[in-house]
Design a protein around this ligand. Sequence first.
Ligand code: F6R
Length: 242
Amino acid sequence: MTFIQSHYDYEGLSDFAAYVVSNQIKYKPTSLIGFATGSTPVGLYKRLVKRYDEGDISFDQLTTVNLDEYIGLPDGHEQSYSAFMQHHLFDHVNIRPESIHFPSADSEPSNFDLMIQQKGGIDLQILGLGTNGHIGFNEPGSSFDSLTRVVDLASSTIQDNARFFDHIDDVPTQAVTMGIKTIMNARKILLLASGASKADAVFSCLSGPETEDVPGSCLQSHPELTVLLDDEANKYYVDSMI
Ligand code: F6R
């Protein structure tokens, strides 16, 4: 079943996302949670840190995997996704460093899928949405059967992510990403989208045909999908249940 909820604004969306993720951590403290980077989940991570500070949740038994990582940035580069996660979440909570996992191109990328399987599978995967409908860095045309692998970034993604770098030429052109199948194997998925720039992608992912041209459209087939939008991202009024 899919549950779609529209919030007045980004703050409301982030509050509810923090409620969903905290409940998962409380319900199963040993959960394997898949995290996303980018600007969308920043409000969620801020709230998870606050809940941790207040003693509401603990990360000590949690295991985490991240969706993706750029290729070609020096270790510790501030725009690497591992640095992003440290900065916004991991540095501020009691997660054990050995419980944090990122896909890597240094070894066979699909070993990441084996590792996820061996750990019992992802309990909750958090996703943002690209303006071109990508999830993780599965760009349009990615196979719904894809596993973790090295990918070329679409030029629209490079353009979108240039805001985090001094110059567009500094944006990596490749990344390693969990595949669509890896993502779809998660028991629960929480998709977040905020802002008018996401409205078209939200609409085609949730109301259009399921097609590899729109990677996020695969989510329509997921048995336990929660979608949190703000009013701008849901300007075409996607139905609350599909
Ligand atoms: C990030 C990721 C991407 C982003 C997407 C939206 O780990 O996998 O799919 O979720 O590009 O990015 P923002 O939130 O910056 O709009």
